[in-house]
Ligand binder design. Structure first.
Ligand code: XMP
Length: 319
């Protein structure tokens, strides 16, 4: 029978066997649950023969880059390469508004940056990826062009380009199993239960043009929503909760002034694996507090709305 502990034990053996006694492996660390569990699993198997690359693409949540460096570098003592590529991503994304185009651009720049860093690693012959079973299904269910719902940038053409073997220890697992495996390896609760976050990050939650200013608005609003959700004791009950910055302005009033500012949509869903989802019935008081705080504290936002759509037919993300 499958247990998290037996899975860890077997995976460590499989990874060691696959990578062999001399080669090194590289892992793209995003700070999310999947890549973290994959990295720590591989670190167990390979020790210093695993090098983790963390690319700060400027599309992360508030404080996230600092957290990743602290956790993996200072605490776990993984070999960690921290690349500040914020400007490079934003330049490449300037003027891009189409969702798939955003994903493609981010995927391309990520591969460029990642490849530059990976090339510096001696004897690097394997790539570790935190691909899960649902990612595999969504990506390969191509019965026609429309069957591929969204291209997941983390299953891109990197291994072929770099002639790397793939190590995907979580390929057969669902999210809840990944968390169980992480817990068995002593990964802290707050990391394990951090809501999933898409590879393209805030780019697919910032609808319309991406600018540093708009990303900053979204980042601040998102941090407030997360704070309120945690404060209300709801964070661990919800699959994902986040803010979306809409590409419209609406009229408002502040004092005697008419405002014409941006709109934040709050999204919170219940789900088992991300394949289907229902919108969270979070208390009106929590929504009210979040709305009041965002409008008061985040300059440039004068309206907050709550998304009450389920998946299907909507998706969890807005892009
Ligand atoms: P959707 O929006 O398709 O999302 O209902 C399902 C789950 O997948 C995440 N997601 C992504 N993850 N790259 C990722 O790594 C992506 O391009 C991407 N798009 C969506 C989403 O956050 C949700 O958990």
């Amino acid at each position: 029978t499958w247990t998290p502990a037996s899975f860890v034990e077997e995976s460590v053996a499989v990874i060691r066997q696959k990578v062999g006694p001399d080669a090194s492996a590289v892992c793209g660390l995003s700070g999310g649950v999947d890549s973290s569990v994959a990295a720590i699993l591989c670190h167990r198997a390979l020790g210093d023969r695993l090098v983790c690359i963390f690319v700060d693409n400027g599309l992360l949540r508030k404080g996230e880059a600092e957290q990743v460096v602290k956790m993996f570098g200072d605490h776990y003592h993984l070999r960690l390469v921290h690349v500040d590529a914020r400007k490079r991503f934003l330049d490449a994304l300037s003027g891009v508004t189409d969702p798939e185009q955003k994903r493609k651009t981010i995927g391309r720049v990520f591969i460029e940056v990642f490849e530059e860093e990976a090339k510096k690693i001696e004897d690097c012959r394997f790539l570790v990826q935190g691909t899960l079973y649902p990612d595999v299904i969504e990506s390969v269910s191509a019965k026609g062009p429309s069957a591929v719902i969204k291209s997941h940038h983390n299953v891109g053409g990197l291994p072929e380009r770099m002639k790397l073997g793939l190590v995907e220890p979580l390929r057969e697992l669902f999210k809840d199993e990944v968390r169980a495996v992480g817990a068995t390896m002593g990964i802290p609760h707050h990391l394990l239960w951090r809501h999933p976050f898409p590879g393209p990050g805030l780019a697919v939650r910032c609808l319309g043009p991406l600018t540093e200013e708009r990303l900053q608005v979204l980042r601040e609003a998102d941090a407030i929503f997360e704070e309120e959700i945690r404060e209300a004791g709801l964070y661990d009950k919800i699959w994902q909760s986040f803010c979306v910055l809409l590409p419209v302005r609406t009229v408002g009033v502040m004092g005697d002034e008419r405002t014409y500012d941006e709109v934040i949509a709050l999204r919170a869903v219940e789900s088992k694996d991300g394949m289907t989802a229902d919108w969270s019935r979070i208390p009106h008081e929590v929504l009210g507090r979040t709305s009041a705080r965002i409008i008061n504290e985040v300059r440039g936002v004068n309206r907050v709305v709550y998304d009450v759509s389920s998946k299907p037919p909507a998706t969890i993300e807005w892009e």
